[in-house]
Design a binder for this molecule. Structure first.
Ligand code: PEP
Length: 252
């Protein structure tokens, strides 16, 4: 039985004062032991602040990326061990914005997943097609390519303990959400592809949906049997909206 999880992705947003206010509001509404899990992924410089405020609470935290390397001459990189030192449970890897703007390839995303696992973190491995790819009927081809890079690197057993996020690029930050049926269809495709290699890992793997999730559409998405929660960008910056999404996950 997979439980639901809602993860906020703050992206390139935040300030010390703003984070404090947002996190205090979340803490008032999200107690430990809630039915759905909850986490926020913040820019690196704020992770110590998150650790100070969220330690012992019902809200976990994580990084929005992680280096594929463990240490060495890699200027600007942040390793999984460093994230773990600041109490991170999660690291997002292969987000479409990393793929689009920073050159993260399928192989790099898989390497980052492996690095996160080496550090004891739970990677959230993002996959998703562009609008052009969907309209050309290539959604499954693209998802298969992205997922297979990870399966080749890790084997199906390496996905045990990880998380996959289906994030159609055309739905991220656009206000255009995939329908619940579209999300379910993609999640089943991903789950079956993994189950084809290892049935138990496929059945147990949490698959989150991301792409303009809001309080108004969360319940419908989370009601889908293979949608195990959400990766939430814009709406995670507004306490009321993020709490509504987390509540919808708990009620699903
Ligand atoms: C994301 O950043 O992963 C995301 C899904 O963003 P948004 O919710 O704003 O579409």
């Amino acid at each position: 039985m997979r439980s639901k999880l809602v993860v906020g992705n703050w992206k390139l947003n935040g300030s010390v004062a703003g984070n404090e206010a947002l996190l205090r509001s979340l803490l008032r509404e999200i107690p430990p032991g809630g039915k759905a899990g909850c986490a926020v992924c913040a820019p690196y410089p704020y992770l110590a602040q998150l650790q100070g405020i969220l330690r012992g609470s019902g809200i976990a935290w994580g990084g929005q990326d992680v280096s594929a390397f463990d240490q060495g001459a890699y200027t600007g990189e942040v390793s999984g061990r460093m994230l773990a030192e600041f109490g991170c449970r999660y690291a997002i890897v292969g987000h479409s914005e990393r793929r689009m703007f920073f050159g993260d390839t399928d192989v790099v995303a898989a390497d980052k997943y492996a690095a996160a696992r080496r550090a004891g973190l739970t990677p959230i491995f993002c996959v998703g097609e562009t609008l052009e790819e969907r309209e050309a009927g290539r959604t499954e081809t693209v998802l298969a390519r992205q997922l297979d890079a990870l399966l080749e690197k890790q084997g199906a057993a390496g996905l045990d303990g990880g998380i996959v996020a289906y994030e159609p690029v055309w739905a991220i930050g656009t206000g255009r959400t995939a329908t619940a049926a579209q999300a379910q269809e993609a999640h089943v495709f991903l789950r079956e592809r993994i189950a084809g290699r290892d049935k138990a890992v496929g059945a147990g793997l949490p698959i989150l949906y991301g792409g303009s999730v809001k309080g108004a559409n969360a319940a419908e998405l989370f009601a889908m049997p293979d949608v195990d929660g959400g990766l939430v960008g814009g709406a995670s910056l507004v306490a009321e909206d993020f709490v509504a999404i987390w509540r919808a996950a708990g009620a699903a």
